[in-house]
Design a binder for this molecule. Structure first.
Ligand SMILES: Nc1ncnc2c1ncn2[C@@H]1O[C@H](COP(=O)(O)OP(=O)(O)O)[C@@H](O)[C@H]1O
Ligand SMILES: [Mg+2]
Length: 304
């Protein structure tokens, strides 16, 4: 059973109509039960938490509560992402895994650090080619910390006027400062790479500057994770705003092979020599996964 302290936190969040925090605490309770080995209790609790079966519902509810508090953009600008993938299931190079475990440790002991005037690392930038685990890692971090992950939809953040965009950004970062969550600024280059482009003189520049200012001053309660497929297009000044930058490189054959075997085993399949060859030559984990799953699909239908 969760402790009285945890339940009191939950009740406080509910009485403040802070649905974001209530959800985060409920998720922590689920994880706590899981850690204690109470798997069926954890399953029942998780089921109840997601009982309407929609991953966007919680974001909608959070947004509705924020709207009541006068910050409407969140109803369209964030989408809750769910995952059951743990960090241990993500293929990472040892140095990246060590850094991320460090971030988790710092977050768990953030009060101890703060008492000594030290901030935990909370603003992370993942860069590298597509399909190599950047967004997946952000979601896995949410699961490890027992807090929800929200994807930011930039199209909804960018308003008709710069002033409006700046207000939206402020609301977004305020949300990250008051609600324990992983706020995922996915594919930042979509914004950053165009800074200074002759096509978007002025306006886009200023949007990126507003984003950088928010990032600079942000003290998130959870984590802010930015990702980029094209790091060289990112503004240098943007890089400096992050506490940790990690490169997710294209995987080598050995890593791809191990990954393909695991995916096949999870589907109850054995890899044929031809599929093994193709998967180990893929340019990303996402592509290798597609190859193995396509094979599993056709094997499953072979005898129909
Ligand atoms: N390092 C990895 N470990 C395990 N699975 C991975 C990894 N990278 C990619 N995948 C698989 O490919 C999918 C897409 O990866 P994603 O994290 O979205 O890539 P990106 O780097 O473009 O953000 C994941 O949901 C997962 O199924
Ligand atoms: Mg991604």
């Amino acid at each position: 059973m969760p402790t009285t302290k945890k339940l009191a936190e939950l009740f406080r969040a509910l009485s403040a109509e802070d649905v974001g925090s209530a959800t985060a605490i409920a998720a922590q309770i689920c994880k706590g039960e899981e850690n204690k080995g109470h798997r069926s209790a954890a399953r029942i609790l998780r089921g109840a938490l997601n009982s309407n079966g929609s991953s966007t519902h919680v974001a909608d509810t959070v947004a509705a509560s924020e709207t009541r508090n006068g910050s409407g953009v969140l109803s369209t600008a964030i989408v809750r992402l769910s995952t059951d993938v743990h960090l241990s299931d993500v293929v990472l190079v040892p140095s990246a895994r060590r850094e991320l475990q460090g971030v988790i440790l710092e977050w768990k002991h953030r009060e101890r650090l703060r008492r000594r005037g030290i901030l935990p690392r909370a603003k992370l930038l993942f860069h590298g080619p597509p399909g190599c685990g950047k967004s997946l890692t952000a979601r896995a971090l949410g699961l490890e910390l027992g807090i929800p992950t929200y994807l930011v939809r930039f199209d909804a953040v960018i308003g008709a006027y710069l002033g409006q965009t700046a207000i939206h950004l402020r609301q977004l970062f305020h949300f990250a400062e008051t609600t324990p969550c992983v706020l995922l600024l996915d594919e930042l280059d979509a914004l950053g790479k165009r800074r200074g482009s002759p096509l978007d003189v002025g306006e886009l520049d200023r949007i990126v500057i507003a984003l950088m200012q928010e990032l600079e001053h942000a003290r998130p309660t959870g984590l802010i994770v930015g990702t980029s497929n094209m790091a060289k297009h990112l503004d240098d000044a943007l890089w400096r705003r992050f506490d940790l930058t990690l490169r997710f490189g294209a995987p080598g054959q050995k890593a791809l092979l191990g990954f393909a075997k695991r995916v096949a085993a999870a589907k109850g399949n054995k890899l044929s020599a031809a599929v093994t060859r193709r998967a180990s030559k893929a340019d990303s984990f996402a592509r290798a996964e597609q190859i193995v799953i396509a094979e599993a699909r056709s094997q499953a239908l072979r005898d129909v």
